[in-house]
Design a protein around this ligand. Structure first.
Ligand SMILES: *[C@@H]1O[C@H](CO)[C@@H](O)[C@H](O)[C@H]1NC(C)=O
Ligand SMILES: *[C@@H]1O[C@H](CO)[C@@H](O)[C@H](O)[C@H]1NC(C)=O
Ligand SMILES: *[C@@H]1O[C@H](CO)[C@@H](O)[C@H](O)[C@H]1NC(C)=O
Ligand SMILES: *[C@@H]1O[C@H](CO)[C@@H](O)[C@H](O)[C@H]1NC(C)=O
Ligand SMILES: *[C@@H]1O[C@H](CO)[C@@H](O)[C@H](O)[C@H]1NC(C)=O
Ligand SMILES: *[C@@H]1O[C@H](CO)[C@@H](O)[C@H](O)[C@H]1NC(C)=O
Ligand SMILES: *[C@@H]1O[C@H](CO)[C@@H](O)[C@H](O)[C@H]1NC(C)=O
Length: 480
């Protein structure tokens, strides 16, 4: 009696566990539980891992520059196609801690400035910062563009350039081109207009400085808002999307952390180099240091011409003067300098830009921008932002310095700002993923136990009944 009672208890128990397992699987309460644990973790609060990673990103960020050295300046002035040699990388380690961090509004917001410092890495570079590069003089090109329709000034400036032998091209060191040099033409103009800075550099004033006051949402109210930019220089950044605006922000700043990512998600990232926000869409599954991730890349529409992507109309400057696909004219946010941004080697751009300069070899693998994100935690596993800085060069009748040059989008340099998750973060992430895997699999484990106990129950029933039953009794049972 006691024995059969035990057996039936066992049967009932296994049945209940099985039902519970199935119910939990169907209600997906454990994935939700995992999410809610993640939600508590993912908030900018003094003392959390997420806060530490946000305040001072642990993985090393590298900024690598590749210059295009012009080999045939005289022929270019005669109307030939420019021929360039790619020279690089020149690598800088980038430090970007959040500073002046103050929590606001009951800890739902946090104000900070993001100071970036670049430190040269000689052993990750092809040569010293004193390497010489011959390229288009951006100050000269900017000044000539500015005064090309002003007969009087054009004449004065052109004579000065002749006298001082300032031409369309210049040879400067890597350090000068990137960070700062005193340009003779700008210095000359500075004597008339003191507000013109005599110094120039593509990243002049970018070192050890910040790009304004940010206010971030901490994610306390909604974890999806974690580290989302709320305001920038006191301007609201939500839906900030006017084509002539130079600084637009949408989504997370640099997308350093983006909790729980789906394949149909669109990631918005602010890029002060492009003077706009960019977006990226799912491309493929990847593995970084054995951790699974989704790769997001900007679709070609981001750089598409205005007839394909009307939101790029603002980059047709002057109005109506659209250059074509794959390039963005950012002159309005570079004080009128004729600077044009593209992907390196005009990747995803019109073939005509690639053909116009000898030495362009676009390759997806090397030249695309991407971000790899672990979908379960939203942690960035790897990312590379790749851009090319070009100058618009054209012949100007009032400036003999431009000779017979053909209109061309002339590549100056391309850059790769990249980061790969560090090993201690990998270890931490593996721990979190392991816990989540166990949690998520609990319903299936329960189902397994239910089935196992069910089997044991069957076995016990059979063994319990067998001695009592005679062969004659069992016959019909088997037949039915
Ligand atoms: C975080 O906490 C530490 C120690 O409690 C304190 O020194 C620091 O000022 C706090 N930081 C902020 C931004 O409140
Ligand atoms: C801040 O939080 C406290 C406690 O949770 C609450 O009583 C108070 O109303 C909140 N203040 C604001 C401005 O939200
Ligand atoms: C940037 O500034 C830091 C600190 O002021 C300095 O050590 C570093 O050499 C600078 N980097 C460049 C590229 O000038
Ligand atoms: C770039 O070209 C100039 C002119 O030919 C040359 O002097 C210089 O050494 C080249 N730079 C490098 C790094 O090879
Ligand atoms: C900016 O972000 C908001 C909120 O996430 C979104 O609704 C809007 O569509 C975004 N705007 C653009 C232009 O991407
Ligand atoms: C824009 O790009 C599309 C596709 O590449 C092309 O067919 C069209 O002619 C281009 N329009 C202009 C104005 O360049
Ligand atoms: C950055 O991209 C360039 C190609 O644009 C590549 O050669 C280089 O290895 C990349 N650097 C890193 C650290 O991934």
């Amino acid at each position: 009696m006691f024995k059969s009672c035990f057996i039936y208890m066992c049967g009932l128990f296994s049945f209940l566990i099985l039902i519970l397992g199935i119910a939990l699987t169907l209600s997906s309460v454990f994935p939700k539980l995992v999410d809610s644990v993640a939600e508590k973790e993912i908030v900018l609060k003094n003392g959390t891992d997420a806060f530490d990673a946000w305040a001072d990103p642990p993985a090393p960020i590298y900024m690598q520059f590749y210059f295009f050295n012009l080999t045939n300046p005289l022929e270019v002035l005669d109307g030939d196609r420019p021929a360039v040699l790619e020279i690089g990388p020149y690598t800088y380690r980038e430090y970007r801690p959040m500073e002046e961090v103050t929590f606001q509004d009951n800890d739902t917001k946090v104000a900070a400035v993001n100071t970036k410092t670049y430190i040269f890495q000689p052993n990750m570079s092809r040569g010293p910062e004193s390497d010489l590069i011959r390229t288009v003089s951006i100050p000269a090109m900017t000044v000539m563009e500015r005064f090309k329709d002003d007969a009087l000034f054009a004449n004065v400036i052109s004579s000065y350039m002749k006298e001082k032998q300032i031409g369309l091209f210049t040879t400067r060191t890597v350090g000068e081109l990137l960070w700062k040099y005193e340009d003779p033409l700008l210095k000359f103009l500075n004597t008339f207009k003191p507000d013109i800075d005599p110094n120039f550099g593509l990243f002049y004033k970018s070192n050890a400085s910040n790009d304004g006051d940010y206010v971030f949402l901490t994610g306390q109210q909604d974890y999806k808002d974690f580290a989302r930019v709320d305001t920038w220089n006191n301007q609201s950044t939500l839906n900030w999307w006017t084509s002539d605006e130079c600084n637009m922000i949408n989504g997370t700043n640099g997308a350093s952390f983006h909790p729980v990512v789906n394949k149909d998600e669109i990631l918005y990232m602010f890029s002060s180099d492009l003077c706009r926000s960019m977006y990226a869409v799912f491309e493929k599954d990847v593995t970084v240091k054995r951790i699974p991730g989704y790769r997001f890349t900007p679709p070609s529409q981001v750089f598409a011409n205005s007839s394909v992507n009307p939101s790029n109309t603002g980059f047709c400057v002057p109005a109506g003067n659209c250059l074509g696909s794959g390039v963005l004219n950012v002159a309005p946010c570079k004080q009128g300098a004729p600077i044009i941004m593209s992907s390196p080697h005009f990747y995803q751009g019109d073939e005509k830009f690639v053909q116009a300069v000898f030495g362009m070899r676009p390759k997806k693998e090397y030249h695309q921008t991407f971000i790899d994100i672990n979908p379960l935690t939203g942690v960035v596993l790897q990312a590379a932002k790749r851009l090319q800085v070009n100058v618009f060069v054209e012949k100007m009748d009032r400036f003999s310095q431009t000779g017979n040059v053909n209109s061309v989008i002339f590549p100056v340099l391309h850059l790769n700002e990249s980061v790969v998750i560090d090993d201690s973060s990998v270890a931490k992430l593996n721990g979190v993923l392991m816990e989540e895997n166990v949690l998520i699999n609990i319903p299936f484990i329960l189902m397994g136990i239910g089935i196992l106990l069910g089997g044991v129950f069957m076995l016990l029933v059979c063994r319990h009944k067998m001695p009592e039953s005679t062969p004659a009794e069992r016959q019909p049972l088997l037949a039915s």
